[in-house]
Design a protein around this ligand. Structure first.
Ligand code: BEZ
Ligand code: FE
Length: 287
């Protein structure tokens, strides 16, 4: 190994790991080493640039806490999270999109037709749709777990110190016998991803903004089907074409339209909506 040089070092590093031949771990590790070394050679990386990158990663670690995972944020703004969602999307099923940092796994169960807004200011929108499989068969009993920001772009969980309940603007619904779900809520507004840390510094260095297009978050699941984690966006709203974390997909954009009496017919609603939007979720069979 003493005759190592910039062209032989890559294989030497790969050979130094005694991984199980053909294993996924071996493939991921070797691919990572190959790309990292290729990047270094292609860019002719200087020692200063190398230490700047490592210090940047160190800063990401330093600012991270159980509530703030700066590496996930880094992955988001680099489109890495979006790419992982894209390569894992199943044909015919609803496309996946960002989970984001504000999911809580014990959100309260709500009856269909419930109102999540709890009197908050903003446009009261009826959100409704169907959960089906890829052959359009309804999935009765499918679970639709949703969470969102308010009409000023804030998640209640971010304002617990101001007396907000972290479970507000969230709900877990069970689709009815026809696979339908429906509830009213306040229309969310755009908000910024945290930009007071190293990732914010990176965005500023690249002349980028930190805004996310307004969205509703969902995790939708049903027995025997692949669970989807996704987001629903609204046509003609700010940042829809330059979301800071590349979460928007054409298929995830819906229209908000003024509510007509026909929209609420047959639905037992706690509140009368100003507007309505429809979004159907499609789940693919497990496997
Ligand atoms: C969110 O949608 O809540 C989010 C996603 C990525 C980074 C920060 C927030
Ligand atoms: Fe969000």
């Amino acid at each position: 190994m003493r005759d190592i040089n910039q062209f032989t070092v890559t294989q030497a590093v790969k050979n130094s790991f005694k991984t199980e031949p053909g294993s996924r771990f071996e493939s991921l590790l070797q691919g990572f080493i190959d790309h990292l070394h290729d990047f270094t050679r292609e860019q002719n990386l200087t020692q200063k640039e190398w230490i700047d990158i490592l210090n940047f990663l160190y800063d990401c670690g330093k600012i991270s806490t159980p509530e703030r995972h700066e590496f996930i944020l880094l992955s988001d703004v680099l489109g890495f999270s979006a790419l992982v969602d894209m390569v894992n999307s199943k044909g015919g099923a609803t496309e996946g999109s960002n989970l984001g940092p504000f999911y809580l796994d014990a959100a309260p169960r709500k009856a269909l037709g419930a109102d999540l807004s709890d009197g908050r200011e903003g446009v009261l929108v009826l959100v409704k749709g169907k959960v089906t499989d890829t052959l359009h068969n309804p999935l009765p009993g499918a679970i639709v777990d949703t969470w969102q920001a308010d009409a000023s772009g804030t998640y209640p969980i971010q304002e617990q110190d101001q007396g907000q309940d972290k479970y507000d603007l969230r709900g877990v619904f069970e689709a009815d016998a026809d696979g339908r779900y429906y509830y009213t809520t306040v229309l969310p507004k755009p908000y910024t991803v945290p930009y007071d840390g190293p990732v914010g510094k990176l965005l500023r260095a690249g002349n980028r903004h930190a805004w996310r297009a307004a969205h509703l978050h969902y995790i939708v699941r049903a027995p025997g089907m692949n669970t989807i984690t996704t987001e629903v966006f609204f046509e003609n709203t700010e940042y829809i074409d330059n979301d800071a974390v590349f979460g928007v997909r054409r298929s995830l954009i819906t229209k908000i339209v003024p509510a007509k009496p026909a929209d609420t017919e047959g639905l037992e609603l706690a509140k009368t909506p100003d507007a309505v939007c429809n979004f159907d979720f499609v789940l693919a069979p497990e496997g």
